[in-house]
Design a protein around this ligand. Sequence first.
Ligand code: MF3
Ligand code: CO
Length: 262
Amino acid sequence: MKYSEQIAVRSRAEMDLMRNAGRHTGEILLKLREAARPGVTTGELNEIADGELKRRKLNSPFLGYAPGGLPAYPGVICASVNEEVVHGIPGSRELREGDILSLDFGVESGGFHGDSAVTIPIGPISGKAQDLIETTDDSLTEGVSQMVMGRRLSDIGSAVQKKAESGGFSVVRQFVGHGIGRNMHEPPQVPNYGRPGRGQRLRVGMVFAIEPMVNLGSEKVRVLDDEWTAVTADGELSAHFEHTVAITDHGPEVLTRVPGSH
Ligand code: MF3
Ligand code: CO
């Protein structure tokens, strides 16, 4: 883990642009969530998101994203169903009653980014799936609560891990949260695990995307031949929640939270 990298501190004006990007992200994610029901395809949800981006004259940081020689990402959302952990490519797959769907969405607005994800039930789901979703959301809340001046970077992941494992679940190691601002992915890496009290001190003006991925079974994941879709190695369910969160004088500010969202 690289703890030494420079973490950006946002000015008041920059923070207002981040708030705006965060609000758009949250509003559009909420629309997707409302549209997701049995019979709808993940490709149709991608179309809805694309329409909202165009209407609001915003850019997608997901579309065409190609880190480290990966093929360009072909959607404006990620839609990961059941055992898919993250980066599910939207397409012809129809949602079915009993599925759980992880929706991940981001925008670029005025040079700044928002990034957020939520896992939702499609119709009635099993008790264990419900428990997984609730615990993953709670683990994000625990991580967010550490976004306070003076805490250390590893306090975030430590709090996430403690909550997730207290429910008997495992946290994914292979993907981590991240700094966010002028780029969707900036230093530092924000793991969802670790010992507390390590790494850089958190300062007012830092903004991180905290994004626990929590598995019902083993933490192990593998990536499919499309080079994007990550699935659990054991085929068990996985959930993903994410918010873009700023550290302010008065504590954590969840920039991607809008009324009605997680
Ligand atoms: N929220 C996701 C992440 O931070 C963004 C996915 S990038 C994409 O990893 F290219 F897959 F869209
Ligand atoms: Co992210």
